[in-house]
Design a protein around this ligand. Structure first.
Ligand code: HEM
Length: 112
């Protein structure tokens, strides 16, 4: 499969995660669909990300991708954080979007 297609799949999986997080954070009672979309997109995001790492021999390129895995874990825990209502929903979503942007930056710049 072409590299561009795999990269686009990685981005599409991230879009799926954030579409679901929007529904989960902002709805009064999130539907089952959002939870399913969150789970499937999250797994796809990780698997395609790992594929990109291995297929392009980026495993030894630095620590940036370890941070991306930590950010991925936060996105995975986000529905539980939303349920606890520790933060206003819009604030939580804003923070999650900022973490998503950081993850995109790390993937593009590979700064360390
Ligand atoms: C936390 C959520 C994540 C978001 C929002 C995200 C987003 C992105 C974006 C936008 C890019 C640049 C476009 C592209 O190359 O496809 C990228 C690159 C990359 N991501 Fe992620 N990513 C996330 C998680 C992960 C995870 C968990 C891994 C697995 C270790 C990963 C591995 C990679 C790799 C290896 C690249 C570089 C691909 C290349 O240079 O060709 N990402 N990511």
């Amino acid at each position: 499969m072409s590299l561009f297609l795999i990269q686009a799949l990685h981005v599409a999986a991230a879009l799926g995660v954030f579409t679901a997080l929007g529904a989960i954070c902002l709805a009064d009672k999130p539907g089952k669909g959002a939870t399913i979309l969150h789970g499937i997109s999250l797994v796809l995001l990780l698997l395609v990300g790992l594929h990109l790492l291995v297929s392009q021999e980026l495993l030894k390129s630095g620590g940036w991708w370890h941070v991306k895995i930590l950010l991925w874990l936060v996105l995975g825990a986000a529905p539980a954080l939303a349920r606890r209502k520790l933060l206003p929903p819009a604030a939580l979503l804003g923070i999650l979007l900022a973490l998503g942007a950081l993850s995109a930056f790390l993937g593009l710049a590979k700064p360390f």
